[in-house]
Design a protein around this ligand. Structure first.
Ligand SMILES: Cc1ncc(COP(=O)(O)O)c(C=O)c1O
Length: 533
């Protein structure tokens, strides 16, 4: 880190929606207190007159959202004690969940769709600078954001995250709100909470928020997406032998349900000798005229291989030349082990759909995930669980809404675990505050340190490519004379948490992340070098 570099700072959790509630819930650490406002009339009314007397009710709220950001409107919602009739009317309108989808423009504004990615900071859900912003240019400070017990070295960060402070604070805040007054809290937050998650994710991924579906895991995202993508029985599903068991099983279900055959290809036998060109070539040659759904895994949890997704997407695009939308191959990526590690956007990857959990490398709470799709391809999806975007309101007008497709309509409705979902916004902001490029460098650096160290050990066989173009955070290896599970058990005795790969061919696996330090990597290397059969 050079002295001249501007210091990334965590921008702090979203400003509490309700000052009254913030004060009352002040026991949670994430809530910042602001000086109590003198009663100077209703904030909503002042904004309204400032804007030239806009119509009342939701339309007014929506218009205010455009001009002043929804914080004004939303804070107004819970402005306790306001007896103003207009306030009460608008409170009533807001308080009815069935009325929330009233106006397309208001929804577009609330979801940031009229602003596009990047419009998040300080707009839709204002972000206040934390009073004591953590200096995230210092890796020690970053490490200190985790409340992880230091009694064991966590080298299994691909499984599930220990959420950093801003995420924990948001979890506590939302949990408290849902305990103290679940109905009011839900009414106040249910729309803005999802908006914040979509906005932060859209900024991180450089996509439009409307193209993001919110789920509870990678598995759920794969199930929703792959379980519904349009395919005919005379088309086929193409995947690889390197995908996770949940991908394989989901595709088998889909094949059973549709009659479309399911074919798997092997992209390499030994990841350490595989080349990007050969893998792309293998995929390109495997695509047939009838190939409809193609699924690959960005970073293989079986070997640590990171696929050249961009080049593969280009190969799929070449195969799609001249094909109609009903015949084109749809290129889907299980991206979970690159998401939160690799400094890429969806445009960099070039795939059609990207599925990931946000409870691993993104550092969100366990039980969260999302998937993204190209805007023009949402019509190829088919939901099975009802979701919603602003067009849901049409249902109340007696219209059939079942033909609508979007990230919203592909996000299962029905009171999901909001207390876990909403803090995901903070996880994305945490990444953005540190910097995606720095995070990639840091985690790649740890993986390189491990691989270079292990490459010098005579009894260790590396199973992950050394090249950074073909690897990320995952390091798979064998120790001569030991089974992978024995390696994992022996390291556990030395207080190092490793994992075995959950595949037919098993390896031992180390997956360092932001929780770790260089010293911990050295300690781990020492422990591996001391392993005895
Ligand atoms: C490549 C891959 N895909 C999918 C999953 C399932 O992830 P989730 O727990 O988010 O459903 C895993 C689990 O680690 C995985 O390694």
């Amino acid at each position: 880190m050079t002295a001249t570099r501007s210091r990334p700072r965590y921008l702090g959790p979203s400003r509490p929606i309700s000052q009254t509630r913030a004060t009352r819930l002040g026991s949670t650490s994430s809530l910042r207190r602001r000086p109590a406002r003198r009663s100077r009339g209703c904030e909503y009314q002042r904004e309204r007159s400032r804007l030239g007397g806009l119509p009342l009710g939701w339309q007014a709220g929506a218009s205010l959202s455009v001009a002043a950001g929804p914080s004004t409107t939303l804070r107004h919602l819970s402005s306790a004690g306001c007896k103003n009739r207009t306030c009460l009317i608008s409170n009533f309108v807001y308080a009815s969940r069935t009325e929330v989808f009233m106006d397309r423009r208001s929804f577009l504004v609330r979801t940031g769709l009229v602003m596009g990615p990047g419009a998040f900071a300080g707009s839709i859900v204002p972000t206040a600078l934390a009073e004591e912003a953590a200096d995230l240019s210092d890796w020690k400070v970053v490490r200190d954001q985790f409340d992880y017990t230091r009694d064991k070295i966590n080298m299994a960060q691909l499984l599930v995250a220990s959420p950093p402070k801003p995420v924990r604070d948001a979890m506590e805040k939302h949990m408290r709100g849902m305990i103290e007054n679940p109905v009011s809290y839900l009414m106040e937050n249910w729309q803005s909470g999802d908006v914040a998650v979509r906005q932060a994710a859209s900024e991180y991924m450089a996509v439009a928020p409307e193209d993001i579906a919110l789920t509870a895991s990678t598995t759920m995202g794969l199930g929703i997406l792959l379980g519904g993508l349009a395919i005919r029985s005379n088309q086929e599903i193409l995947a690889t032998t390197h995908d996770h068991p949940v991908t394989d099983t989901t595709l088998r279900y889909r094949s059973q349900a549709t009659g479309a055959p399911y074919r798997q290809i092997e992209l390499y036998q030994d990841a350490t000798t595989a080349t990007a060109d050969a893998m792309v070539d293998t995929l390109a040659k495997a695509i047939r005229l009838e190939t409809r759904i193609i699924v690959v895994t960005y970073v293989h949890s079986s070997s640590g291989m990171k696929l050249p997704i961009r080049a593969m997407a280009e190969a799929v695009e070449r195969a799609n030349a001249g094909r109609s939308i009903d015949d084109r191959a749809i290129f889907c990526v299980d991206g979970v082990h690159g998401f939160g590690v690799e400094n890429v956007t969806m445009e960099d990857l070039g795939c059609d759909f990207f599925v990931a959990g946000t409870h691993k490398w993104i550092l969100g709470p366990c039980g969260t995930g999302l998937f993204w799709g190209k805007h023009e391809l949402w019509d190829l999806t088919h939901p099975t669980i009802a979701g919603a975007d602003e067009r849901f309101r049409e249902w109340f007008e007696g219209k059939d809404i079942s033909h609508y497709r979007s990230g919203g309509f592909l996000s299962p409705f029905g009171n999901p675990a909001f207390v876990l979902r909403w803090p995901v916004a903070e996880a994305f902001r945490f990444h953005l505050s540190i910097g995606k490029a720095r995070i990639e460098q840091r985690i790649h650096g740890f993986a390189r340190q491990l691989k270079e160290g292990m490459a010098k050990m005579p009894r260790v066989i590396l199973r992950t490519p050394m090249a950074e173009a073909l690897s990320g955070a995952l390091v798979c290896f064998d120790v001569e004379g030991m089974k992978p599970d024995e390696v994992v058990a022996a390291l556990a005795k030395k207080d190092i948490i490793a994992t075995g790969t959950p595949y037919r061919v098993r390896y031992a696996r180390l997956t360092p992340g932001l929780l770790n330090s260089e010293e911990e990597i050295e300690t781990t290397l020492r422990a591996v070098s001391e392993l005895k059969a």
